[in-house]
Design a protein around this ligand. Structure first.
Ligand SMILES: [Zn+2]
Length: 231
């Protein structure tokens, strides 16, 4: 009975969210104008207390899912970023390596006419996605103009090795988009092997399958050094 009520409540919320009431919002991926985007789980209010106290920046938990096309906020943010940074225009004729490829964003990148668009995931869940481990990318050095791994590194055990692999396959002058959740209140990245249960990872890192929480020293630790060498 409880499960049936939950299903009806979810359907009602989805239906309500589709209505263009009040100040409608627009999904940049499907173009729909909706009353609101649906929250991730219970939204920011139900996020683990530790994440709230660290004011973790990552997903917009209150405005997560488009009720029309099902895209999540990270896809919308990434599309907006690609456009604002004028990277979408650079995709034509370029070689793109896209980890954990977001289905709807993938179609936008395809329409930008890349010369090659490799969809990569260590556990592919749909046709067209190659089984590729970020820690051992099976492509030669300087193969790609753009590497995308959106909200991936926080799930990878050896993120510095992953960054090294990204740098290896990236052409000089290429771009990598490696967005992760982080906290500006944390001086350094936090990870501890004692945080080893799903519940502990959820409470401390924010999801059951994350292995760290990045702090504000993330850039000097890896990315900035790496960027100087490749740009
Ligand atoms: Zn949408």
């Amino acid at each position: 009975m409880r499960a049936r009520v939950d299903i009806w409540v979810r359907r009602l919320r989805q239906t309500m969210a589709r209505l263009p009431l009040g100040t409608p919002r627009e999904c940049c991926l499907c173009g729909a104008r909706v009353w609101r985007f649906l929250p991730y789980r219970g939204g920011w209010r139900d996020a683990p207390p530790l994440l709230r106290s660290f004011r973790v920046i990552g997903s917009d938990l209150d405005n997560y899912l488009c009720p029309v096309c099902g895209c999540h906020d990270r896809e919308r943010h990434l599309l907006l970023y690609l456009r604002q940074a004028e990277l979408m225009a650079k995709i034509r004729g370029s070689h793109v390596l896209h980890f954990a490829p977001e289905a709807r964003l993938t179609s936008f990148i395809e329409r930008a006419s890349p010369a090659r668009h490799i969809l990569a995931d260590p556990f592919p869940s749909r046709p067209g996605v190659e089984r590729i481990d970020l820690l051992s990318i099976p492509y030669p050095t300087a193969s790609f103009d753009l590497v995308i791994a959106n909200h991936v590194l926080e799930h990878v055990a050896d993120d510095l090795r992953a960054l090294s692999e990204v740098r290896r396959v990236l052409k000089v002058g290429g771009y990598a988009i490696l967005q992760t959740p982080y906290s500006e209140l944390l001086a350094s990245t936090f990870s501890d092997p004692g945080v080893c249960s799903d519940e502990a990872r959820l409470q401390i890192y924010g999801q059951e399958d994350r292995v760290r929480l990045y702090g504000c020293l993330t850039r000097p630790r890896s990315t900035m050094r790496w960027r100087h060498k490749t740009r």
